[in-house]
Write a protein that binds this ligand. Structure first.
Ligand code: UT7
Length: 336
């Protein structure tokens, strides 16, 4: 029986726009309070992009440059790009090809987008892992980047959604692992399409005649809709489940985890998962307080900060986990 090689994260980086928007700033444009936002979500501030400066693709490229630098690689070393986003620069083509151009990669390497919302980055990482395991590619760039702020209903009508989301980007460079038993141990991907409309941006959808005219007359449907309580209810079940699935597959226990990096959906969800898994405060990472929910970017931004702060060391067992729109959810277990 042939043994497939493992992939590992050789570099990680992130970029967030410099414009900080505090909860107090939001109270100027909608009926909300710092107290409500912090109590329900833990968020204190988030970043919003600057038009003309930040784009989904170039924020991803900024994060990618840092990840490449950490890996000691150049953009031309990249053999494939996987770009996770729900807020692409264009309806088409995807942001992956724009990132390729932004990084100045002239070689016609493959680049594609993953449309899996909050679990998009973990799905993308899993894809990169499969390509490396089979030996098809050695160096894969995986990016998660989002600009939410340009598409939010920033009035009182949209407050239950718009206070949560923020902009940012994170990236990892993946390479074959040279250390026995290290790298990505396993990834676990799930979806349950029956809940597709529970967290959704419906328009501009393609399934009606005259979609442009329809959207112009029904612009409200271009804002995100979320059945918050139902999403919350499913998230607190799926997070522990998919983490446990990863541990079980590798014959491990929650006590083996050195660092859990959950998708930063809501601090209350993270705290629930922490308690359910019996993890101490130093074994779970949260930065939603400063960035809000950045969807496909949240896991790599958190991973990048945890590494930069020295909270993840060689040999540590790191678990990534995410849940979101679709519903989709996923985990990855990594021996760092
Ligand atoms: O990343 C993808 C996954 N997403 C998630 O995991 C999010 C999961 N859901 C949540 O985190 C929570 O459902 C929210 C934080 C989004 C909302 O919290 P909630 O406790 O479910 O609040 P709610 O939507 O039920 O609203 C409660 C009250 C309502 O007022 P009434 O009807 O009780 O008078 C809302 O109108 O809070 C009101 N409200 C607000 N008040 C001040 C909603 N948004 C706001 C706001 N500021 N921003």
């Amino acid at each position: 029986m042939s043994t497939l090689r493992h992939s590992e994260i050789a570099g990680v980086g992130h970029y967030v726009p410099s414009r900080v928007v505090t909860n107090a700033d939001l109270t100027e444009i909608m009926e909300t309070t710092d107290e409500w936002i912090q109590e329900r979500t833990g968020i204190r501030e988030r970043r919003w992009f600057e038009e003309g400066k930040d784009t989904t693709a170039n924020m991803g490229a900024n994060a990618a440059r840092k990840a490449l630098e950490m890996a000691g690689l150049q953009p031309d070393d990249v053999q494939m790009i996987v770009f996770a986003t729900l807020s692409p620069d264009y309806f088409f083509p995807g942001s992956g090809v724009l990132l390729q151009r932004e990084l100045g990669i002239k070689a016609p390497i493959p680049a594609f987008d993953v449309r899996n919302q909050c679990s998009g980055f973990v799905y993308a990482l899993s894809m990169a892992d499969q390509f490396i395991k089979t030996g098809m590619y050695d160096t894969v760039l995986v990016v998660g980047s989002e600009i939410h702020s340009s598409g939010l209903d920033k009035t009182t009508r949209g407050r239950s959604v718009s206070v949560i989301f923020g902009d940012g980007a994170g990236a990892v460079v993946m390479r074959p692992s040279t250390r026995e038993g290290h790298g990505i141990l396993s990834t676990h991907l799930h979806a349950q399409g029956e809940f597709a409309e529970e967290l959704i941006v419906k328009e501009p959808g393609s399934n009606r005649e005259g979609r442009v005219e329809y959207v112009m007359a029904n612009e409200l449907e271009m804002y995100p809709y979320m059945n918050g309580q139902n999403v919350f209810k499913h998230a607190v079940v799926r997070f522990p489940q998919v983490i446990k699935e990863a541990l079980d597959q590798n014959g491990m226990q929650p006590t083996d985890i050195d660092m859990l990096i959950p998708h930063q959906a809501n601090l209350r969800i993270t705290q629930y998962v922490q308690q359910k898994m019996g993890l101490s405060d130093d074994k779970i990472f949260s930065n939603i307080q400063r960035y809000g929910n950045t969807t496909a970017a949240s896991v790599p931004i958190a991973l990048s900060e945890a590494v930069a702060e020295g909270k993840i060391k060689r040999g540590d067992l790191v678990c990534l986990a995410a849940f979101g729109s679709g519903f989709t959810w996923a985990s990855a277990l990594i021996k760092w």
